[in-house]
Structure formats: structure tokens, C-alpha cells
Design a protein around this ligand. Structure first.
Ligand code: UDX
Length: 473
């Protein structure tokens, strides 16, 4: 089939490439001429495992083309996707400027019945808006062309997007038009082998499904981070608790990893946008607001552990911290809402210096933090350790998993590791003579748990519980 995608960002490029991979004839349109020129040269603007060779192969085979010519794109596709960005605007809403612009362009150019598919993450009700914009343009042209607007949200994970796209858990098609549903079923047929993955529903339910999925996942993470903080208070180890609850199939193993908070282009933005949508309907999303508040607090937690170790913020002045991992998660170079940014900025504010390493996020980090004399971006993990007093791990890249702790003991002047992703076994690190702080590992807060114990013995009023409890606020 012939399909066109507007937007060669993350979603548009991965989706277009995977559709070409299964034999469809795809045109990708973008207003950014520089990007289109690069794509035509086989250069991918993002880091995504497996994507580059797939783009090159399909481009060479003539099934995947890139252009800035919107009219050409629209005349090509029986199905036209809107896959442009919906960045947060100042109020926490999704900014629909680009979606509306593409809708206008579609309305200005279609000449035959077209199925318009919205793949961008957009608030509930946007399909209606897109429909109105296209109808308005057609009216201005004085023509009557049939078109449908379908909601078909994407569920790609950065770092594993090609795989997610080629082997989707489900394909949500939100439409009340049998013609549009039929066309999308044909388009997605090659991804729908073995068992039925296409779920047809009304447009608004499809739009809400995307937000509900991301909000649910974010909720699991914030819940676990909350439990981790309680574990620190009471002297329990959240890693044991995680295994204890994950084995219950109703809870499951996924997305219950405590850490330095969630980041990226989706969770923070989508949780806020869903809350805003509900608020406009005069409903307060108490749970979602708490999910976001817990995450905001969690992003500062690693810094709080550092301060706790050194006694006070003043003690950090002049210290040098090695930071391993900057991207919001492994296998991406994406720095959007990355937890590392909070840590770096807090360290700098405290007068500390940072030597950081990330396997992929070099350029994206340089684009944010340029020419800082208190920041060195290193080429290797070991280079970041040179002259460092302590190490903080923020992103769980595989290569950080098994360092030589005795070597670290010799390198880090203050012999301390702050493990924001619970990569290490506290006992192993401590056995090497290094102080270990993880997320929710009760061992780093023994005085507080001792206070609880004395309360249990009948010695209530243990004031020692207070400093620890206050520190995790
Ligand atoms: C997410 C959704 O997974 C995807 O379905 C949706 O389409 C877009 O948003 P992505 O933003 O690429 O994908 O990242 P994801 O792998 O979901 O991780 C999000 C954040 O949560 C990362 O910062 C990660 O470190 C954090 N996380 C994830 C945890 O802190 N704990 C976990 O258990 C899982």
C-alpha cells in the first residue's frame, strides 16, 4: 500500500521505516530540509539501535523516500499519517501547533478520499479538531473530498523501537469508519500474524488509551520509588521487596524498578497532559498528580544521599563527582527530562565539579551544557573517574554493571558510590572498602531503622528518627 508520514522524528521515522520493511511504499515528509537531505544520504538524526541499516536498505530499495514536498506526499498516500511532535507548552498541555499545521496542509491538498491517521500523542478530542481543520480547508477550496480521521497511537520505547514496531503487543485503531478500519487492517496485516493484535475502538477511547498506558507505567515507577523511600526509613531493602512483589503475577516484574526517577519525552509530558485534560473537564486527578510529585522529588534523591553522606551541602564545595550515565535511560542519546540533569545542576549549585560519561548522549549533553568550567564530558567511563572523589551512577547502561571495585577503591578519593539505579550489591561494594548508597537500600540508613527498633522495644519518642525522615522529603 502507499502511505505517507508527516514528521520524521522518532515516531514517524521508525513507523515509516517499519512499514517500508514489510513491503509498503512509503513517503516521509518533513519541513526540515536539512534533516530530509541527511535522510536521503542514509544519515539518521537520532540514535536508535537497528534503525540506520533498515532505513538505508529500504531507501535503496525505493520503498522509503524522504521529501519536504507536502503536496507530493499527500498525492502519494492512500493513508496519510500525522506523526509530528506534540511538545509540552508552558501550561503542561500538549502543544498541537504542528498537528494542526499538518491537518491544514492535508486539507489544502487532498484530491481523493483519504484516511488521515493521527499517530502523535495528542489530548482526547484532537481527532475532532483535526477533522474540523481539514473540513475548513476543503471548504475554503470549495471542494468536497471524503476523508476519515483515525486515532492510532504508538507505543514505541526508545532504544527498542524497531522491535516494538515490528512486533507490537497491540495495534489500536480508533475509528467509526468501516472503510478506514479496513484500510488500516490491510496496512498492518503483516504485523498481525499468529494472533489478532488489532483492537478497534472509538476515536476518543483510542486517544485516551495512549495516555492511560503511559500514566499506568509512570504510576508503577512512582509507587516503587515511594516504597524505596519507605524502605530507607525502616531499614528494609527495596530490591528484596521488589522481588517479593514482582513474583505475584497480578503485579508482575515490569516497571517496578526504583531509581532516580523517570524521564524522557513521554512519561513526564503525558502524565501532566492527562491531568490537564481532566482538569479542563473539572476533574482532579489526585493519583496522577501524586505520581508526578513523587517523581519530581525522586529526581533529587541521589543528591540527597550525597549530601547525607558528606554531612551537609557545604561539604560538597570543591569536590569532584564522576557521573556515569546521562541519557534518560540506556540505549538512547535522549536527554529530555533526564534525571541526570537535576543531579548535575544540584552538584554545580553546591560548588562541586562533574566529570561525566555516557556512551551515546555526548552531543545531546553538549547541546545543553556548553563551556562550563566545572564540567568535563569524558570519552570513557574510566576517564570520568580520574581525580574524582566519588561516583554517581544515573543511567543503567550495561557497561556500568560490573566495575572493578578494588580499582574504584584506589581511584575515588572519598571511596563512595551513589547508585541511582541499584546496579550493585551493597555488600560487594562495601567489602571493597567503598561506602555504598543505593535507592531504597536500608543499609545506608541504619540509625533510622535502629530508632524504629527502639520504639518497638517500648522506647517511644526516638528523636533519631527525625533527621532521616526529614532528609528524604
Ligand atoms: C515510554 C513507554 O514505555 C512507551 O510505551 C511509550 O510509547 C513512550 O513512553 P520511553 O519514554 O522510550 O517509552 O521509555 P521507557 O523505557 O518506558 O522508560 C521511561 C523512564 O522510566 C526512564 O527514565 C526509565 O529509566 C524509567 N523507569 C522505567 C524506571 O525508573 N523504572 C522502571 O521500572 C522502568
Amino acid at each position: 500500500m502507499r502511505a505517507t508520514l508527516f514528521g520524521t522524528g522518532y515516531v514517524g521515522l521508525v513507523t515509516g521505516t517499519c512499514l517500508a520493511e514489510v513491503g509498503h511504499d512509503i513517503v516521509c515528509v518533513d519541513v526540515d530540509a536539512g534533516k530530509i537531505a541527511k535522510l536521503n544520504d542514509g544519515v539518521i538524526p537520532i540514535y536508535e539501535p537497528g534503525l540506520q541499516p533498515m532505513v538505508q536498505a529500504n531507501h535503496a530499495a525505493g520503498r522509503l523516500r524522504f521529501t519536504t514536498d507536502a503536496a507530493e506526499g499527500i498525492s502519494h498516500g492512500e493513508i496519510v499519517f500525522i506523526a509530528v511532535g506534540t511538545p509540552p507548552d508552558g501550561d503542561g498541555d500538549a502543544d498541537l501547533r504542528y498537528v494542526v499545521e499538518v491537518a491544514r496542509t492535508i486539507g489544502a491538498h487532498i484530491t481523493r478520499p483519504t484516511v488521515v491517521v493521527n499517530k502523535s500523542t495528542v489530548p482526547v478530542g484532537t481527532a475532532d479538531r483535526v477533522r474540523a481543520v481539514i473540513a475548513d480547508e476543503l471548504q475554503k477550496r470549495g471542494v468536497d473530498v471524503a476523508f476519515d480521521v483515525v486515532s492510532n497511537p504508538e507505543f514505541l520505547k526508545e532504544g527498542d523501537a524497531v522491535n516494538d514496531c515490528m512486533r507490537p503487543d497491540r495495534i489500536i485503531v480508533g475509528s467509526d469508519s468501516p472503510t478506514a478500519v479496513e484500510r488500516l487492517k490491510r496496512l498492518y496485516g503483516p504485523f498481525n500474524r499468529n494472533h489478532e493484535r488489532i483492537l478497534v475502538m472509538d476515536v476518543r477511547s483510542a486517544e485516551l488509551t495512549k495516555y492511560a498506558a503511559n500514566a499506568m507505567l509512570a504510576t508503577k515507577i512512582s509507587f516503587m520509588n515511594e516504597i524505596a523511600n519507605v524502605a530507607e526509613c525502616v531499614g528494609a531493602d527495596v530490591e528484596m521487596v521488589r522481588q517479593g512483589i514482582g513474583s505475584d503475577p497480578r503485579i508482575g516484574w515490569h516497571f517496578i524498578y526504583p531509581g532516580a526517577g523517570y524521564g524522557g519525552s513521554c512519561f513526564p509530558k503525558d502524565v501532566r497532559a492527562l491531568s490537564r485534560t481532566a482538569f479542563k473537564c473539572e476533574y482532579r486527578t489526585e493519583l496522577l498528580d501524586a505520581v508526578e510529585a513523587v517523581n519530581e522529588r525522586q529526581k533529587s534523591h541521589l543528591f540527597e544521599l550525597i549530601v547525607r553522606h558528606y554531612g551537609d551541602v557545604e561539604a560538597l564545595r570543591g569536590k569532584t563527582f564522576a557521573v556515569w550515565g546521562l541519557a534518560f535511560k540506556p540505549n538512547t542519546d535522549d536527554m529530555r527530562e533526564a534525571s541526570s540533569r537535576r543531579l548535575l545542576e544540584q552538584l554545580w549549585r553546591a560548588g562541586a565539579r562533574v566529570r561525566a560519561f555516557d556512551p551515546e548522549a555526548r552531543e545531546t549533553t553538549e547541546a545543553i551544557y556548553r563551556d562550563r568550567e566545572d564540567f568535563v564530558l569524558c570519552e570513557h567511563a574510566n576517564e570520568a573517574l580520574e581525580g574524582a572523589d566519588a561516583l554517581a551512577v544515573v543511567t543503567e547502561w550495561k557497561q556500568f554493571r560490573s566495575p572493578d571495585f578494588s580499582r574504584l577503591r584506589g581511584t575515588l578519593a572519598d571511596a563512595a558510590i551513589f547508585d541511582g539505579r541499584n546496579l550493585y550489591h551493597p555488600a560487594e561494594v562495601e567489602a571493597a572498602g567503598i561506602a555504598y548508597y543505593g535507592i531504597g537500600r536500608g543499609r545506608s540508613l541504619r540509625p533510622v531503622s535502629a530508632a524504629l527498633a527502639s520504639e518497638a522495644d517500648g522506647n517511644a519518642g526516638a528523636s533519631a528518627a527525625q533527621p532521616g525522615a526529614a532528609a528524604i522529603q
